[in-house]
Design a protein around this ligand. Sequence first.
Ligand code: ZN
Length: 199
Amino acid sequence: MHPTLLNSREPEAHMRPVQVPCGWIEVVCGSMFSGKSQELIRRLRLAKIARQKVQAFNSALDIRYGRNHIISHDQVKIPSKPVKAAREILDLIEPDTQVVAIDEVHFFGPAIVEVCETLADQGKRVIAAGLDQDYRGQAFEATSGLMGIAEFVTKQLAICMVCGNPANRSQRLTQTKKRISVGAADKYEARCRRCFERG
Ligand SMILES: [Zn+2]
């Protein structure tokens, strides 16, 4: 130990660093039916058990099961606030919130990257979940942008519904060419690289 530290216990108050909590970004991404929302909900439940203040958001575009919840395909749900644009999240965040969850980040477009960065810089833990690829197998810019700046990235895999191999693609079963088409088992299948057919 450095000799000058031997006798010092606590630094003078004005010399102590300000204790600002350090935030970070976690991304949970993957194809349809890979359990992204379940994983997001699992992490939020643990935070709530630890009595941390959580705020959750989803896109107002996601009307699959109801607007005021993050819901997994197996109907586990957690309350969340639907927003139309990414920047609305910054207006709605309460100062004492410790954990911010955002589901279906690919709905928001690239603006969500800056929003998550701002929240993490404020000392918040940000958990962002969403599709990493669209129905053509091309990267969603919002999700890939977040993966680039995140501290933690978890890539979930589904099981190919044709052959049973690990699946990272979402096969659209309808003819629409819109990039965002909300749906679940009625419109999509999880497929592996080999069984995936480009739209
Ligand atoms: Zn397959």
